[in-house]
Design a protein. Structure first.
Length: 224
């Protein structure tokens, strides 16, 4: 299988968890986009759901496919959220935020009864940290936080897009922190969360309930 085939296989397996009447969190990113397309096809065939998207891009995609999109103020519970990841380890700890949507992704996941993570095989790692850890910060604090991130052992850089600072859907900046191997993700997550000016980081600890990994031999399932 190509990486795209692996992503699609994982997405197909995840969509089977969606049932009529559910409120569904829709993730963001290349793998999640394939999942949203599949959900749209099922809605066209009669699946009755409402969806809470994790980014403006996903909201536009979902609306274009005829999926009913609602905000958090319109639902009391999210039954299942399906989202991709940039890295996942054997304990189902994640690094997310490559697409810059991890703040909304974490909010939606935290309100969900179940979070299903989908990815291609290369996203499964022994130790988190090869992927730069995204840390969303308010613009006012960004320059002051760079040396603090460096003191934690990372090589921090403010994310750029098209030669300009990248801004999230909430108008914040992202500091991409190259830590290398993260030996204690839990402790790092707590440390980052207590820093003034940090809005959210891309470490998702104890969020994933099921991880579906597309491989050359099919979809491998963890958890659940």
């Amino acid at each position: 299988m190509t990486e795209d085939d692996q992503k699609l296989a994982a997405a197909k397996a995840a969509v089977d968890y969606i049932k009529d009447g559910m409120v569904v969190g829709l993730g963001t990113g290349s793998t999640a986009s394939k999942m949203v397309d599949l959900v749209g096809a099922r809605v066209k065939d009669g699946l009755d759901i409402v969806a809470v998207p994790t980014s403006e891009a996903t909201a536009e995609q979902a609306k274009g496919l005829g999926i009913k999109v609602v905000g958090l103020d319109e639902v009391s519970v999210i039954d299942v959220t399906i989202d991709g990841t940039d890295e996942v380890d054997s304990e189902m700890r994640l690094i997310k935020g490559g697409g810059g949507a991890h703040l909304r992704e974490k909010i939606v996941a935290s309100l969900s009864d179940q979070m299903i993570v989908i990815a291609e095989n290369k996203k499964m790692v022994e130790t988190l940290g090869a992927f730069k850890l995204p840390v969303e910060v308010i613009p006012f604090a960004a320059s002051a936080l760079l040396p603090k991130m460096e003191a934690l052992g990372s090589d921090p850089v403010i994310r750029q897009k098209d030669g300009k600072d990248f801004h999230t859907d909430e108008g914040n900046l992202i500091i991409d922190c190259a830590f290398g191997a993260i030996d204690d993700p839990e402790n790092l997550a707590i440390t980052l969360s207590t820093m003034a000016g940090v809005v959210e980081h891309g470490l998702f600890i104890d969020f994933a309930d099921v991880v579906l990994i597309g491989t050359d031999d099919g979809v491998e399932k963890f958890g659940g």
